[in-house]
Ligand binder design. Structure first.
Ligand SMILES: [Zn+2]
Length: 392
């Protein structure tokens, strides 16, 4: 272990303002004020809504003189109608900012509500294609304070929200630079109650962000550096966080690795995410879990383009076998140790889905970041391999 710090607390301004450390949720009212928010709408998910941490947060806000309303009708993969419903409440309550409090779904839905609060066109007109984001009125985007309660999505530092378009069941990315939360409270104590299987699945999402960003061919040396250290933290701390959920140090490192993944993937993602998105849209699979399942199949597929890169990261991460194969072996072992299934079949994806899913994967924006150029046929093969457990 090479991590030695006096305390795992810090104030960062990269890539946005982050108040990192155990117990810092107490600063929520302060963070809202710093963001210029006086009447926050707190967006969370139905699972978190009854938990003490939400009541405590509302108490902290009230104590700090901020009246807040709660919106929690958010699907696990948030849909356009969730954003619409939240917007109604936002406007009726004359709110002036959004607290996104939760995992990826609450954060994505809440960020989209803040984005849409001052726009006039339908949300899908702002999908992340070409320069569509410039259609948005930047002054109409409400400030966002983000409080992650899982360590995986990294959406607290991201500038986009992923929302399912109910019309064609595709996941669409709504992007705008001003959608990045202006204040983040990254308090690892909020994640200690996460069950082991969610810790594992979300942690693997963080790994997939760092790993795909690192492998993406675009020139972005900053992203490479962040991604490499992010992967090392996952290697060191994800098994600990899964096994001993109450270990706040492990939770802190995983929360950092999660933010690092989302910071790094400005460099690009790849076929793990393009394969995963249709599975979630069509079969409702968990995003991080799906990435974890397809991960080794995608690495082996991309081998010719990433062999050297992964050997270099195996050296940095001090793996036993410091080669491409050693890296893949580490992934396989990690998945086994933390209870990730080996095939898509085990998470409810069958061969029947391929004809519809492969073209969707090809169209997915993550496809452009894959180390090798992709085709629909290549996606068909990858789906088949991941469903049947053929690692070639
Ligand atoms: Zn992801």
């Amino acid at each position: 272990m090479i991590d030695k710090y006096a305390s795992l607390t810090g104030n960062w301004n990269y890539p946005t303002k982050v108040r990192f450390g155990a117990g810092r949720i107490k600063e929520l009212a302060d963070a809202c004020r710093a963001a210029g928010i006086r009447r926050p709408l707190l967006v969370t998910d139905p699972g978190l809504k009854p938990l003490p941490m939400i009541m405590d947060a509302i108490g902290t806000l009230e104590h700090g003189g901020l009246a807040c309303a709660l919106f929690a009708d958010v699907h696990p993969n948030p849909i356009g109608a969730d954003v619409e419903a939240g917007l109604k409440i936002y406007r009726a309550g004359h709110h002036d900012g959004v607290i996104v409090f939760g995992g990826g779904s609450a954060m994505d839905a809440g960020k989209a509500i803040a984005f849409m609060s001052g726009q006039t066109r339908p949300m899908w007109d702002y999908e992340d294609r070409e320069d569509w984001w410039t259609r948005a009125d930047a002054a109409g985007i409400a400030p966002i304070v983000a409080v992650p309660t899982t360590a995986g999505t990294g959406s607290e530092v991201g500038r986009a929200a992923v929302i399912v378009d109910e019309r064609d069941h595709t996941k669409k990315i709504i992007f705008h630079p001003k959608m990045q939360p202006v204040e983040v409270i990254a308090d690892p104590e909020l994640t200690v109650g996460l069950p082991a299987h969610i810790t594992a699945a979300t942690g693997m999402d963080a790994l997939s962000h760092n790993l795909e960003a690192y492998c993406s061919p675009f020139f972005h040396p900053l992203g490479n550096g962040v991604a490499l250290e992010g992967m090392r933290l996952v290697r060191e701390w994800l098994p600990v966080a899964v096994k001993t959920g109450s270990n706040v140090d492990a939770r802190a490192y995983m929360l950092a690795a999660s933010s690092m993944g989302a910071t790094a993937f400005q460099k690009g993602l790849g076929a793990m995410h393009s394969l995963s998105h249709p599975c979630s849209s069509l079969r409702g699979t968990h995003h991080g879990l799906t990435n974890a399942v397809v991960m080794p199949y995608v690495l082996v597929h991309n081998k010719s383009a990433i062999e050297e890169k992964l050997a270099a990261s195996a050296r940095y991460m001090n793996l036993k076998d410091q080669s491409f194969n050693g890296f893949v072996d580490w992934i396989l072992q990690l998945r086994q140790d933390i209870g990730i299934p080996n095939t898509l079949k085990e998470i409810g994806v069958d061969l029947d889905m391929i004809p519809e899913a492969a073209p969707m994967a090809m169209e997915d924006p993550s496809t452009g970041g894959n180390p090798l150029p992709m085709t629909v046929a290549a996606y068909e093969t990858l789906y088949r391999n991941a469903i049947e457990g053929r690692l070639v």
